[in-house]
Design a protein around this ligand. Structure first.
Ligand SMILES: [Zn+2]
Length: 296
């Protein structure tokens, strides 16, 4: 009897262990899946103002606020701004280079247009990005792998539907890939560039991540197109959260510094706090790139 009971106990024990292991594996898989599926908030600053006097104090405030509230952000830095505000960028980079809250990427040298119907020729575009990347290497000691597309206000004609739209725009992406670019705005025909991560395998570049981009502060903060700026973004966050969608937020250094309510980045703090309460995970672009399951 005793032996039989022991055997039964052992069998039950093994069964329970097997069930526990299965449950744990399932839970781990779900966790992994969840980590990928959790909706992301991509806050970025296109960092492009060329006037050191006007931008005095901006980077110091950025470091203070983003560290205090632990808000990750990506800074797409324009080469000519780096050139004109060298000591500000140097000090900033020295301060943040080992801090994963801050991600430094590129925004071309001269704010040149990529993906437009009447854009500059490939040789000029390439030279512009090369010049900017060289400045990154000189001042920061690192080469960017990400760029955010510059708005050129009609001077290059209308924006195309994506890099897949014309032979020239495909060649533009090939050129960027050859410079080592591995992340850029989601820009493919039929893809909502304000919502989705993509890769560019359909046009030969599975190694490049496309990231969602939208809600430029030039519209809601500078031009005040939608009433109270922060309330407008709150409403957009709520809408996105309800639809279970990622939320990009495109800020500009000059707008955040000279067009907001104060020079304390109060609007950024409020928006980050609100997004977190809605369940958003705030992240940098490079952290998204490293999370391959998100886009590849
Ligand atoms: Zn810009």
């Amino acid at each position: 009897m005793r032996n039989t009971k022991n055997i039964m106990d052992r069998r039950d024990f093994l069964k329970t262990m097997a069930a526990t292991a299965a449950a744990l594996t399932l839970s781990c898989n779900n966790q992994k899946h969840k980590a990928v599926e959790r909706k992301l908030f991509l806050l970025r600053y296109d960092t492009e103002d060329e006037n050191p006097e006007k931008m005095d104090g901006f980077f110091e405030k950025i470091v203070e606020v983003h560290r205090k509230y632990q808000i990750p952000a990506t800074f797409f830095c324009k080469g000519r701004a780096i050139e004109k505000r060298t000591s500000q960028f140097e000090t900033f980079y020295h301060e943040i280079k080992n801090d994963s809250l801050f991600d430094i990427q590129d925004h071309s040298y001269s704010h040149i247009g990529i993906g437009y119907a009447r854009g500059k020729n490939i040789r000029i575009l390439k030279a512009d990005y090369e010049k900017s990347f060289r400045l990154h290497e000189k001042i920061f000691g690192t080469r960017p792998i990400g760029i955010s597309i510059c708005g050129t206000r009609g001077e290059d004609g209308p924006k195309l539907s994506g890099f897949d739209a014309t032979e020239k725009s495909r060649a533009e992406l090939d050129m960027l890939a050859s410079l080592g670019v591995r992340m850029i705005n989601s820009f493919l025909t039929g893809v909502d560039g304000a919502k989705e991560f993509v890769n560019y395998s359909s046009i030969g570049h599975p190694e490049i991540m496309g990231f969602p981009s939208g809600y430029s502060d030039t519209a809601w903060l500078y031009r005040r197109k939608f009433g109270d700026p922060v309330n407008y973004i709150f409403a957009q966050c709520e809408k996105r959260a309800q639809a279970n969608e990622h939320m990009p937020l495109m800020l500009h250094d000059w707008c955040a510094w000279t067009r907001a309510y104060d020079k304390e980045l109060t609007h950024v703090i409020k928006i980050a706090d609100f997004a977190r309460k809605l369940g958003y995970k705030m992240t940098t672009h490079i952290a998204c790139y490293e999370q391959k399951a998100l886009w590849s």
